[in-house]
Structure formats: C-alpha cells, structure tokens
Design a protein around this ligand. Sequence first.
Ligand SMILES: Cc1cc2nc3c(=O)[nH]c(=O)nc-3n(C[C@H](O)[C@H](O)[C@H](O)COP(=O)(O)OP(=O)(O)OC[C@H]3O[C@@H](n4cnc5c(N)ncnc54)[C@H](O)[C@@H]3O)c2cc1C
Length: 404
Amino acid sequence: MRIVVIGGGAAGYFAAIHARTTDPTAEVFLFERTRTPLAKVRISGGGRCNVTHDERGSRRLAANYPRGERFLRKAFQQFAVNGTVEWFAARGVRLKTEKDGRMFPVSDRSSTIIEALQEAAARAGVRVRLGLPVTHIRAGPPFLTRITDAAHFSADRVIVATGGAPRASGLQWLQDLGVAIVPPVPSLFTLNLPEDGITALMGVTVDRVRLTISGTRIEATGPLLITHWGLSGPAALRLSAWGAIMLHERGYETEVRIDWTGGTKVGKVHSVIDALRSERSDKILRNCAPFGLPNRVWTYLVDRVRIRPGKRCGDLGRHDRDRLTEVLINDRHTMRGKTTFKEEFVTAGGVDLKHVDPHTMMSRTVPGLFFAGEVLDIDGITGGFNFQAAWTTGAIAGRHAVLS
Ligand SMILES: Cc1cc2nc3c(=O)[nH]c(=O)nc-3n(C[C@H](O)[C@H](O)[C@H](O)COP(=O)(O)OP(=O)(O)OC[C@H]3O[C@@H](n4cnc5c(N)ncnc54)[C@H](O)[C@@H]3O)c2cc1C
C-alpha cells in the first residue's frame, strides 16, 4: 500500500503520521511544494500557535464552524479536542488553557508544535519530500500524481491536504478529477468603517457587544475592539465568519448594528435608564455609563443622540430615555470594506462536503481519494477551531486511507 499525502501543513502531517502509525507496513510519502513545511503553524496565533479550544462536547465544539458544522459533528465522534490534547501530551507537549478557552503550548512557542509534528513524522517513517508541488492527479487506484511537469508518482491512495485556496482557479486540478468545489471566499477579517466618528474611540475595548448585519439574522456576540479603521476583536471576527458569504455577495458594503448592551431586552434597558433618572438624579450623565461601558463609549453614544453629556441624569425626559435606549441597542454604522486579520485568516469554501464521507474523509465520487484540512469547505471562528478541524480531518483521513 502506497499513500501520497499532498501538502505539508498541519492536516497533511497529521494524516501522514496517522496513516503510518495505523499501518506501519504502508509506504507514506508527503509532498510539500515549498521548502518550509508547517509554515502556517509557525506564524499562527501570533507565533504561539493556538492549537485548539477547550470545548469537549462534539455538538458544542461543532457549533463554532460556520461551514462544516454538521459534517464535523460526525467527525468529532472519532477525534476531537481530547484526542489533540492527548496526542501532543504523549509527545511531551503540554497545552495550557487561557481564560477564553484558547489552548496553547505551555512554551508559548509554535516551534514546539512544529518539532513535535516533525519528530513524530520521522519516527513513524513518513517520507517527507520538500520543494515538490503536485500539479495534477489522474484518478485511480492506482492514482498517478504529477509532480512538477516531469515526474510522475503512483499511489494506491491520495490524501489532499493543500490548505485553503483563495481563488477557485487554485482548485481547478481537483475539479478536473471530478471533485465538486464550493467557490472560496475569505473569512476572519475586521470591518472597515471609513469616515465614521466611532474610529475616534480607537483602542477602546468593550467586554460584550452584539453585532448584527442589517436585514439578516447573522449576528455575533463577544468583546469588541475599536481600531482607527473600524471594528475588530472577537465579535467583529465572528461576524465576518458567520457572514463571510453574505458580506462577499454585498461587496463588503453593508449596514452593521451594534448592540452595546450585548443583547439586553428593551424593557430592561428602559429600567436601567429610568434608574439613572431617579436614583442618580444629581449626577452628570457622562459619568454614569451603564452596562459597564467605558466612559468614552458612553459619552460618544450620548453625543450621538444629541443629548448634552453634561446634563444631569434627573433632567432626562422620557424621550431622552427612548433615544438612549435606541442607540444602546441599535447603533447603526456603514461597513465599507474589510481588512485581513493578521493573527488568523482562513478561506470559506473548498471541497464540497456533500461529496465527502465524514466518517472516513474519502471522496464519494473518487474512491481512494481523501481530503484533510482547510481544502475542505470547513472553517471555524477564531480561537483554535481551524487547527482542530485540521487535526480531526487529518487523523481520520490518515487512518482510513490505510484501512479502506
Ligand atoms: C496568520 C495566520 C494565523 C493563524 N493562526 C491560527 C491559530 O492560532 N489557530 C488556528 O486554529 N488556526 C489558525 N490559522 C488557520 C490555520 O493556520 C489553518 O486553518 C491551517 O493551517 C490549515 O491547515 P492545512 O494543513 O489544511 O493547510 P496549510 O497549513 O495551508 O498547509 C497546506 C500545505 O500544502 C502545501 N501545498 C499546497 N498546494 C500544494 C501542492 N499542489 N503540492 C504540494 N504541496 C502543496 C502548502 O505549501 C502548505 O504547506 C491561522 C492562519 C493564518 C493565515
């Protein structure tokens, strides 16, 4: 049995190692087109590598994937966060969990993860070949993979782990093989709000807001960071992931609504402001930020509905209360453009999951052909979910390539 893994990223390494450890008699070759395998692991998580997320239930874990949720629910039955934690622990890499659930190597260095993967591959006997791009596959088995323009290499099974392709043309070689492709679009970006007064608040973070794309049900909740170009932080990135396709269709121009209370009901917001009017009547409005909002944000909002921030709370009328409530829960801004998030970006789209078996990662249309990682139409929100999908699909593809 000869297996060719195409792509030396997280998913490709994991697949190759699992193939060899499942069947040590199988020959496993890994072809990587560059001379630097695992390059994304190196730069990931700001150089720390956010390996996974501390979310142990399959269903709850899968809920973090705008594309691939149902598919992954099945895959996580075989290999999920516990599998990742135990696999790295068995190779001497302990992971730690941060307050928000993100898991990193205790060393805080992505090189720890790279070394563990490379050592495991060498120990398992994976034959890693660098600087060799696969440009074409002829359906098999035996498959014939064309490497550069000259050499051909035959294989009984092929695992494609080539990562996300920013353009559909990058997946043409798979389409030629009869693999259905969902056109790729970017995910995980920040929202540009040019010439919007809110950018004067740059550097301010708010612990919990709810963002919504107007006219849709697409929303995201979490911390918000205001930058000099617009909105960033987990809430904005999650919105970009859930809205990746819709935002692409709208040319990244749309109205975004900020609920600064993080999803509080109107009646409750009314009573919070009524309490300001009655219980803090002597106090100056600008000093009475509700919902734990930073004073700068509160002053901005008060100003936005044309109420004098120097007014006393007791002088607020019912109409003022209604205007403050509206701006607190329904503050509208116009997004114009996006900015790539430097810490982590991924592509939505890729190999259509309808044609892949989630229990084996084998193509339903080309038997013997397997997929792993971001080449699949799977992407998660930021926080370690994208690597988890790579470990899960890589482990399953590797095991089943030798078992099928
Ligand atoms: C800056 C940045 C930071 C990130 N940080 C995190 C993070 O902290 N946590 C997280 O969960 N996710 C993170 N991600 C996302 C994560 O890196 C990817 O989801 C993950 O790397 C996907 O793994 P992969 O193996 O499928 O693809 P890749 O890592 O992209 O690997 C694919 C490999 O295949 C090779 N290849 C492609 N085509 C061919 C070919 N034809 N022949 C041979 N080789 C080929 C490529 O050169 C590449 O080495 C980050 C992404 C970026 C860009």
